[in-house]
Each structure stands twice: as C-alpha cells, then as structure tokens.
Design a protein around this ligand. Structure first.
Ligand SMILES: [Zn+2]
Length: 440
C-alpha cells in the first residue's frame, strides 16, 4: 500500500503545487515508485516551505484548518489542512475501528494537553476521551476530580484507565498528585502514552512506579506531519507508522544512510496529507538505525541536532548524543532544569530539560570537550563528593557514547565534566532551543 501511496504523493505534489512543480522539473517524478527512488528528489525544510508560502499549498482543495509547529526551534511554520484530507482520515479510521475494535465497554482515556498547535486533525478512536490541561493549581485539582470520578454511562467503563498527552503535562499531574498525597481509589491505569518530549529511562521509571503501569508508550511526532513513531518494548527503538516514509541522511553531506546515525527526513503520504505536501522534509532530529528483532526497522532517538556533539570534521558520527546526556543527567536530582511551569517543580520532578553547556576546541591535534552542568547552589556536597559525581557523569556518559569513548581511549580526545552554579541572569541565557554544543 505504501508504494502505491508514495507514487501518488509525489505526483499529487508535482501536479498541484507550484513549489514541487518547480523542484521536480526534469526529475521524472512519475517514476518514483519505491522509497529508494526518493533519493532522486531534493529535500525540503521548514525554511523553504515558509518562504514558498502559497506556492507550497495544493490547489483545488478547501482549507478548513490551520495548524502550526511548536516553535521550539525558532519560528512557527503554519500549515493548511483541507476538508478533503480530514474527511479521508475520518472514513479511514472509522473503517479500521469497525474491523478491529474490541467488543465490550469502551475505555476512558484522559487526554492532557495545552493547546498550541492550531486546530488538531480529528481522528476517530475506540476510547471515550476526556480532556483536560494543567496550567494552574485549579487545572490540577480539576484533573484530579476527573480521575476520581466514577462514570455511570452505558457502554463505557466506570473509571479512567488510560492517560495520554504531552510528557510535561503528565509529569506535572504526577507531581501534583504526589504532593497532595492524593488517593485514587478504583483507579487502575493500564496504558500511558506520552508525546512532545524525549522520555529518559529515569522519567519512565518514575511514571511506571507512581501509576503502577509498565505499559508506557513514547510517541515521536511533529506537528507538520500526520502520523509519527511509537516506542517498542521489544527492541527499545521507535517504529514509524506505515503512513510515513522515514529516511536517515548523514549529518554533513545529506546522503541517505541505511545504518548508523543520521538526520531524519520524513515524507507524509497522500491522501492523509493533501493540502501541504511534505516530501523529504528534513527534521531537526537525529536517529540511529540499529539491527532489530522486530519486523519494522528500529530507530533510536539521539536528540535534536543542536543537542548532539557531531564529528563535523571527520566521520560525521554522533560523538555524544542528546539522549545520552539526558539519560545520564536525569539520574541526578541536583541538576538545574528549565522551569516548564509554576507547577513543574525542581530537581528530579521538574518537567524541563537540564541546563547543560558543552564546548569543544582543538589543541595539538586533540579534541578537548568540556561539559558544564548547572547544579543547584544549595546542593550540599563536599569538594570530594562533587568530584565523585562529576566523574560519575563522565563515566556514564562515555559508556553511552561509543564513538567518543573510542576517541578518548585512542588519545585523540578528552572529556571533562564540571558542575557549575549559575545565577538567574546566566540561566536566562538558555533559550527554548537549548542548543548545547558550541565549537571554538
Ligand atoms: Zn521493536
């Protein structure tokens, strides 16, 4: 099915948008029939789509919604969605539910999100969905009531049994309930699905412990794309939905790679996306393809481009990934984090990313990498303990970074980790993009 839709996707974009018509001229777009044929076509990115404006929008469709990106990487990108694609998605998922939906009462899902991406694409689901968002204590108390309530409705289960939403909202809810010592009798959460942010093992363990639920799925998604990828407990990686075509490209020369790490490019398939086709859309995210026991390819998330230390002068390998950094630092409660909201808490319970800065320089043919980690001024440890923790971070980070480890043991690089305390002014210089690595 994917092959047929891929061919239609390229032809639709070529015939109905001025941008792709220009980009694909002379490239035989009608001969793109398999994912490897995509390599003949150029990439597009957020900047190009934004610049193209109406020229990137397909003609002859009825716009009914505007969606936008989160803005974490700078400017917002606005995308138009049509009645035609919304109607197709409705019909497609209704048919899917008719064929595979379980019998019996419908489960209640609590969806926690802060609206920020424009009008969402409505997607039919087998769950009965209750919505809430937490931006204040009042919102947290209301959400607690939604969880505690018993619902006496025919064909519906009596209690909420699934949680879904952005990772920060789910952490805020967990923090709130923990601080209130709230008892939730009758509540049994069978599934948690989180989006929007990378979930490190430390955060996963914390959610699993509090909710007594091991079925936690991390969803990778982009507001630009319909569909995404889900984490898999079997292989530990992500599997992309079959309505997207993923490609990994080398970080320097943008050549397609079928193993190792690379920047992710995505193609969203027609007719799920019609009005704003995105073909070979370069994301800011780095993944690694690893051998997998699963049928679908396993993609491991390494972080945003700016969060990864990349060997731009040599192999193009990821020397230290953003995910290795977060996996390591999330284990240390005294690391300062971005305050995501007044309810976010600090230390271990904060929803924000750790404040960390890395720099690399070159001296006498060696790469010198220094990582400065912001720690709370009131973190009480002796000079000896501080050194022990710094060494702990360094050792764990190297264990999770095979390319960097090889350079360090070969004498070609050094890694130093230092804990620093920063005043409020210094902390304000960390922006939402949170670019970590700089080169000198
Ligand atoms: Zn798997």
């Amino acid at each position: 099915m994917v092959l047929r839709l891929l061919s239609k996707t390229v032809i639709h974009a070529y015939e109905s948008t001025a941008l792709y018509h220009e980009l694909y001229k002379g490239l035989d777009p009608e001969r793109v029939i398999s994912p490897s044929d995509l390599e003949r076509l150029p990439f597009v990115d957020k900047h190009l789509i934004k610049e193209a404006g109406a020229r990137a929008v397909a003609s002859g469709l009825n716009c009914v919604a505007i969606q936008n990106t989160s803005g974490t990487s700078g400017e917002l990108l606005f995308l138009q969605r049509s009645q035609e694609e919304f109607s197709f998605i409705q019909a497609f998922y209704q048919e899917l539910i008719r064929r595979i939906a379980p019998t019996g009462p419908r489960a209640i899902l609590l969806l926690l999100d802060v609206p920020g991406h424009g009008t969402p694409t409505p997607v039919p689901t087998t769950n009965f969905v209750l919505q809430s968002s937490i931006v204040s204590k009042f919102g947290a108390a209301r959400t607690e009531q939604i969880l505690k309530n018993r619902y006496d409705m025919e064909g519906i289960e009596p209690h909420v049994s699934s949680l879904a939403g952005s990772l920060s909202q789910i952490i805020i809810l967990t923090n709130y309930l923990e601080s209130e010592n709230s008892l939730l009798p009758g509540l049994e959460i069978k599934r948690i699905s989180v989006t929007s942010d990378y979930m490190s093992p430390a955060i996963r363990r914390r959610l699993a412990r509090y909710w007594r639920c091991d079925n936690i799925v991390d969803r990778y998604s982009l507001s630009e794309m319909f569909g995404g990828a889900s984490s898999c407990t079997q292989c530990g990686g992500f599997h992309f939905d079959p309505i997207l075509v993923p490609e990994l490209v080398t970080l320097g020369s943008l050549k397609v790679t079928r193993s190792g790490s690379g920047r992710l490019a995505l193609t969203s398939l027609y007719p799920f996306v019609q009005m704003q086709p995105l073909i070979r859309y370069l994301t800011d995210d780095v993944f690694e393809l690893r051998p997998s026991p699963c049928v679908a390819s396993s993609y491991f998330y390494l972080g945003r481009v700016g969060h990864c230390l990349i060997d731009t002068f040599g192999s193009q390998d990821v020397l230290i990934s953003g995910s290795a950094l977060y996996d390591t630092l999330d284990e240390y409660p005294f690391v300062v984090r971005q305050p995501a909201s007044e309810l976010a808490g600090q230390g271990r319970t904060s929803t924000g990313k750790p404040f960390v800065r890395g720099s690399q320089s070159f001296k006498d043919g060696r790469r010198l990498v220094v990582l400065a980690v912001a720690v709370h001024p009131d973190a009480l440890f002796s000079a000896h303990e501080k050194r022990k923790h710094e060494e702990g971070v360094r050792t764990t980070l190297l264990r999770r970074s095979p390319h960097m480890r090889a350079l360090v043991s070969g004498g070609e690089a050094s890694l130093a980790v230092e804990f620093v305390t920063m005043d409020d002014q210094a902390l304000k210089t960390f922006d939402r993009q949170a670019v970590i690595w700089t080169s000198a």
